[in-house]
Design a protein around this ligand. Sequence first.
Ligand code: IVH
Length: 677
Amino acid sequence: MSEIKQKIEELRDKIWYHSRKYHLESNPEISDFEYDKLFEKLQDLEEKYPEQITEDSPTQRVAPIPLSEFTRQEHKVPMLSIENTYSTEELQEFDERVKRLLKKTEPIEYLVEPKIDGAAISIWYENGKLSQALTRGDGRWGELVTQNVRTIQSLPLKLLSDQAQISSLLEVRGEIYLSHKEFQRINEMRCASGEATFANPRNSAAGTLKLLDPSIVSERKLDFLAHSLGYAEGLSAQTQEEVLKTFSKYGIPVNPNGIKAPSIEVVIKTCQEWEEKRNSLPYDIDGMVVKVNRMDWQAQMGSTSRAPRWAVAYKFTQEEVMTRLREIHVQVGKGGTLTPVAILDPVHLAGTVVKRASLHNYDDIKRKGIYQGDWVTITKAGEIIPQVLRAHPEKRTGEEIAILEPTTCPACHSEVKKDDNGVYLRCTNQECAGGFKARLKFFASRQGMEIQGLGEKLIEQLVDTGLVTDFVDLYKLTFDDLENLERMGKKSAHNFIENIKQSKKKSADKVIFALGIRHVGRRAATIFAQNFSTMEDFCQASIDELEDIDEIGPVMALSVFDFFHSGPGMNIIEGLKEAGVEMEMLLPTTREEGSHFFSEKSVVLTGTLTHFTREELKEKLEALGTEVKSSISKNTDYLIAGEKAGSKLKKAQSLSITIIEEDELLQRLVTKEEKQD
Ligand code: IVH
């Protein structure tokens, strides 16, 4: 074997090994930076010796490799459940039990925390680096979802070690959740693209966590809050309060709403207060968790096989009201899905007047046995979206009407069909005006082309009069076209033409998002706009080319390819270009965390900088995965030296540590936005 061939094969083996470690076992042995270096080396060699390229070379199928299934793993310490209570009496009983078990008569100190309604997770840090994340599963065995958990922006991949000694092996437990805002955004997108909406943020978070393709996970902004310690080596905390404080020092997000209560009376008061203001948080809570604060007492009390004896959950009662269901409206989504919506007699519920409620799909209606005209109980899922829980057949008068699945689309009267999983009804007409109206609304939305004034009413008019049959038609509208529409004065027509003109300036990322390609959210749209030099290149890209982009998975790649090779997506870019839409591509990103010049480096700051305060620079560097230390040691990689640097500069020089001055620092830190300015 030639020397080159051998070298290339060794490199490939090495890359595959580390790729498996990272992507399949979620247990990387080298940094992303080192991995990238190996990869670039192989790419260079293959470029030089193209005859050596084989189909199975890692360069032919770039990571991230989505998983084909999740690996199950046993929890080191079982993830128990928690006992529920529903009344103040039960809380009193809990306190009495605690005192009995601890043989105490004096008041017990508790920590009271909101009980987040999300998905429980166990996250492991080895020597300060995130190594694994496991779902709760059945409490004994969970599934490794590390790739997905790594997409959570608020979760450090590397613990801060400035103010606290890092535990060598640490298991942090907490809740992965979606904020109300994000939940709503995801459901709106799903509804628009004809996918099943999630019933509540908890299902949505749990479902997202179990997606095999991390590029779709990273589109949904999952969040995390730590609430307990699973296992720790080298960490000493006397109380639950201290555990949370230590997590905070490590940079791990913890709920700031935990309250120390010196007695059960204060616990009860706190629980009642929170029940009143439960809607004030931006995410769902379904109760409060009450924990004995002292860790030694927790250990002394132990657990049953099901739950710890030192904690209890106080569950809130869910707000429900009854009202009449008057009619069913059928909504047509962006991808042609028909969703039944209940039109209700207006009723007050959890702070708002509710007039409509989601019914998800016709199977749901059948399962709940709902008739038109029924009295129904409704509640708010995720505290925001009203849902019909159940019907009350005992209140029927005989005038109620069965709700039938439509056989034709309410917008275009074409045939409707059940989709592959047999649950959702879809209009079969690719050119259905209903689906097109939904796509147009999405196209004009704030995150897309930002066409002000293009609301539902105007969309109805433009589509129904035949003035707009595709996105490009919008840019052909004339003043006369508009002025002739009902309720459209000269001034509004003029303004609207101006708004359309303004939207032509949108950059490629916005245009890509606005097209409403299934699975492509804001983040993926930005990545595509950064990775192609023209929109033509993007829409002609092969599935492999799309999949080769970092962070883009196969489901997303296929969806993009399909969009540009069939139906309304086929000539769309050409049309928009001719209409004068600019679609300027974005500059490639500066290297992301793990591959930046500063990532995983140990840095010390000294002297006065003119462009940042110390704190700002520290934050910036830490966001890149840099460890910012206060004193120089032989492990320091760089000293960032501003004006009037003193003894630290001398020490760095004596240890031959690389010194970076402000000019170089700026060069190294420069981001795309700053380059554009
Ligand atoms: S402490 C075993 N604290 O509630 C006791 N749990 O049924 C350790 N949860 O899925 C858990 N917020 O993930 C604790 N502040 C909080 C919590 C919390 C939500 C979840 C937990 C588990 C469930 C317990």
